[in-house]
Design a binder for this molecule. Structure first.
Ligand SMILES: Cc1cc2nc3c(=O)[nH]c(=O)nc-3n(C[C@H](O)[C@H](O)[C@H](O)COP(=O)(O)OP(=O)(O)OC[C@H]3O[C@@H](n4cnc5c(N)ncnc54)[C@H](O)[C@@H]3O)c2cc1C
Length: 422
């Protein structure tokens, strides 16, 4: 069913009886051309582009929970491409290009809102770094604007720009074309789009082992409704974000340049519009924006321990909220409504992995750190290309696993030439 103003009108007149479910609940087939493990944003977008761009429709997405139950439905929804290094800049700009058209491509409103992302600077040294980053972005064709304190104050009247602020604001760097999108709508939109093209979305189906012929992956074993069964495939893609280590271990791949850690998000009670864009704090790690319902949506740094639990700890709450109040003192009177956590697949150089292998018949999509939501369209687009052609697209050609072994990290994290020593 196509969503349109006419469909709304027709259903309004017919008591909303004609709406159909957004996707089917199919039974698994015994064999597919491609299976994708993980029904998050990246798995679903990969399936959508496999079907829509490459004409490969005999595809299953295997998800142990419900679609969108992982990080794609847990993030703080920020979409940007303000990267320093060329491979990331080009990749995330491709994502921005796809974001701009996504609601039309999917016939589903993902509420992409290019309201701007403002990174604050708190001292002259940081302003220099911002200028350097802004110039790098411009060289890559990404719009950026360096703002002084008065321009920042005009843009965000709620910020404490006084000299007596705990961390006085010097200025900031704005990416005016960046912003937010509604995270669960992105999962649902890609799911519906893939389903309409014939992809089977298998919810409540957990991959518990891989099927191998020699070294070659030829499918998976799954648990579904309490029963174990096999699903075979020519090609098996893994896109399980924070669970990458656990899932790859089942395939016999023990060592990956990824650590799983928790990241938390927070939402305040709703207030009238006060923050027009996304604001990040430069004297610590905090990002905040305001949802259409009025709640402040914010987050900070990861919880610094390895975990697969989707919940975090109280010291991070304290750190993040105190940073928020240092920027916007008026928010001290707000009440926190809810918080949650997700498991991050932190790569050692801060750049992703989209590659064939590491075993024959297998393809890996991982290492998104805390920035993989904005990558969702380009990640799926490049991963679909890689699976369909058995070869990376030039946008993800450097996002290999070998780069860590060969000493060629794409060091967006600034971890230095030996990230494995950290
Ligand atoms: C609190 C928080 C804030 C964030 N903020 C931002 C942000 O503002 N901007 C941004 O760009 N990024 C952000 N991120 C990061 C972003 O959400 C992730 O990088 C991205 O969503 C990861 O890709 P995904 O959507 O495919 O992952 P997921 O949605 O986690 O999908 C992976 C899926 O694999 C499934 N799975 C795992 N194991 C198995 C198995 N054995 N069998 C079957 N299925 C399995 C899981 O159930 C899960 O649904 C944030 C993340 C969190 C948690």
């Amino acid at each position: 069913m196509r969503y349109s103003a006419f469909a709304i009108l027709k259903n309004a007149l017919r008591g909303n009886r004609d709406w159909t479910p957004a996707w089917r609940k199919p039974e698994p087939k015994s064999k597919y051309d491609v299976i994708i493990i993980g029904g998050g944003g990246h798995g679903l977008s990969t399936a959508f582009y496999l079907a829509s761009v490459h004409g490969i429709t005999n595809v299953a997405v295997i998800e142990k929970g419900y679609l969108g139950s992982g990080n794609v439905g847990r993030n703080t929804t920020i979409v940007r491409s303000n990267y320093r290094l060329t491979p990331n800049s080009r990749f995330y700009e491709k994502s921005m290009e796809l974001w701009r058209e996504l609601s039309h491509t999917l016939n589903y409103n993902v509420m992409f809102s290019p309201r701007g992302v403002l990174n604050l600077a708190h001292n002259p040294g940081q302003m220099d770094t911002m200028a350097e980053r802004g110039n790098q972005m411009r060289l890559m064709g990404v719009r950026s604007e360096l703002l002084d304190r008065d321009q920042v104050a005009r843009l965000n009247p709620g910020l404490d720009v006084s000299g007596s602020a705990r961390f006085p604001i010097e200025g900031g760097l704005l990416q005016p074309d960046a912003g937010n999108a509604r995270h669960d709508a992105v999962a649902w939109g890609y799911a519906r789009g893939a389903d309409q093209l014939g992809v089977d979305l298998l919810e409540g189906t957990e991959v518990v082992d891989f099927l191998k012929e020699g070294d070659t992956i030829v499918g998976v074993e799954v648990m579904r409704n309490g029963e174990r069964s096999e699903i075979r495939a020519e090609k098996t893609g893994v896109a399980v974000a924070g669970n990458t280590g656990r899932v790859m271990k089942m395939a016999g791949v023990d060592h990956l340049p990824i650590e799983s850690t928790v990241l938390q998000a927070f939402v305040s009670e709703s207030i009238k519009p006060i923050i027009p864009n996304v604001v990040t704090f430069g004297a610590g790690h905090l990002y905040v924006s305001q949802s259409d319902k009025g709640g402040l949506v914010f987050g900070g740094n990861i919880d610094y321990y390895n975990s697969y639990a989707q919940r975090g700890n109280l010291p991070v709450w304290e750190e993040v909220t105190s940073e928020l109040v240092a920027m916007f003192p008026n928010f001290a009177r707000l009440r926190l409504l809810r918080s949650w956590g997700g498991v991050m697949d932190m790569s050692m150089d801060g750049s992703p992995i989209i590659t064939t292998g590491p075993l024959p018949g297998m393809y890996l999509n991982a290492g998104w750190c805390y920035g993989g939501f904005k990558a969702t369209p380009a990640s799926g687009w490049c991963f679909a290309h890689t699976i369909a052609n058995d070869k990376a697209h030039n946008l993800n050609a450097l996002f290999t696993l070998e780069r860590f072994k060969d000493g060629n990290p794409i060091d967006e994290l600034g971890a230095g030439p030996t990230p494995w020593y950290h």
